[in-house]
Ligand binder design. Structure first.
Ligand code: KG4
Ligand code: ZN
Length: 355
């Protein structure tokens, strides 16, 4: 019997028996090598994240080739640790899930190759997961998120507003036309002399600054558009720092960081709430690395409370890249029978509405 038939048989049998669905999930799209075992899309049996942060800090950002190599070195150990901590062997699982897009292509290949090898060897079904869908389902671990709902996903590479109609069926309402929100945080942090990754460091610096020091520009796009643009804001901050230096003044870093954070938060909250008015859904999901930002969480919490909208947001440790969220998203694809075969391949770019 070939792998396809074997895994189909296994899938049909497990579905008929209504067994708990334990999924081994793998994530390697950027600079974290991660594996987790997740039960029924909700319960974490284990979650291991090996960060390459200190490696990339030396270069001030993620170096793709260095990331790929580090994934190769770490992936087996991380997967073994996730299985061990969950007290599971492959033959006691229901499926293997992996992030296959979008991300750094070399980095993604490491995870995809590992997942396919394990699926082939074990006869387990394979489930490819879109990284942003993963971020969104991080909220399903700590909260109930039953579609339909609106979602704001803010990460280092993406800023997206989505209308999720059913699991696996969503309409993209808006996206960034230039920099992602996290990218803007990272670039401004760098201009302020902070290390990588910039977002958390900038938030720390902003805590002692005045958010009303300067009103940085909020890009005005066409009326009715839910798209974002952060490059003008980023340039305005850079120009201000430059102007201060040329005038022989020391830039007021804390105040600049705080005013920048206020501007980003304003832009995200305003657009998200306009989008919620359009979709008329009563739940808003906030996810992605930038969702770890306290000012953003608080501003969106207040805006949602005023409008009577429920805000679902993952705990901090599930906002940045991890494999638990991939396992949570994979559960819904598994339930829908959306399985992949061994031709699954990594994709650097892929729109989330194709997930
Ligand atoms: O989702 P993520 O871990 O990786 C991607 O899929 O991109 O997001 C990483 C991004 C980085 O740009 C990082 O600076 C930003 O999320 N980030 C933050 C915070 N924590 C992480 N931005 C602002 N405030 C934070 N506390
Ligand atoms: Zn991410």
């Amino acid at each position: 019997m070939g792998w396809n038939e074997r895994m189909r048989q296994k899938y049909e049998l497990d579905r008929a028996r209504e067994t708990d669905v334990d999924i081994l999930a793998i994530e390697s799209s950027c600079d974290e090598t991660a594996a987790a075992v997740v039960r029924n899309g909700k319960k974490l049996l284990s979650s291991v994240v090996s960060s390459q942060m200190t490696t990339h800090q030396r270069y001030g950002g993620v170096v793709p080739e260095v990331a790929s190599r580090a994934h190769v070195e770490e992936i087996t150990r991380v997967i073994e640790q996730a299985l061990r901590e969950a007290d599971r062997t492959l033959d006691s699982l229901q499926a293997i899930a992996v992030t296959y897009a979008p991300g750094l292509i070399g980095a993604l290949f490491v995870g995809v190759t590992a997942a396919k090898s394990l699926a082939q060897a074990s006869g387990l079904p394979l489930v490819g997961v879109h990284h942003l869908a993963g971020h969104m389902y991080a909220a399903a671990i700590s909260d109930e998120i039953e579609p339909p709902f609106t979602a704001l996903i803010v990460s280092g590479g993406h800023t997206e507003l989505l209308h999720v109609l059913r699991h696996g069926d969503m309409v993209r309402m808006g996206r960034t036309r230039d920099d992602a929100a996290g990218e803007a945080f990272d670039k401004v942090a760098r201009a302020l002399g902070l290390g990588y990754p910039g977002g958390p460091e900038l938030e720390r610096m902003a805590a002692s600054g005045d958010p009303d020091y300067i009103s940085f520009p909020r890009a005005k796009l066409e009326v009715g558009s839910y798209d974002f643009s952060f490059s003008g804001l980023k340039s305005a901050v850079m120009l201000h720092i430059d102007k201060e230096k040329r005038a022989g003044r020391e830039p007021r870093k804390e105040d600049i960081a705080s005013s920048f954070q206020r501007a980003v938060t304003d832009i995200l909250v305003t657009k998200a709430m306009q989008c919620v008015e359009q979709t008329r859904e009563d739940t808003l999901v906030l996810a992605g690395g930038v969702a770890a930002n306290g000012a953003l969480r608080e501003a969106l919490r207040q805006a949602c409370a005023t409008k009577g909208v429920r805000l679902a947001v993952p705990p901090l440790w599930l906002c940045t890249d991890n494999a638990a969220m991939i396992g949570a998203a994979a559960y819904h694809r598994y339930q829908m029978g959306k399985l992949d075969d061994l031709y699954l391949t990594a994709r650097a770019d892929l729109s989330i509405d194709a997930w």
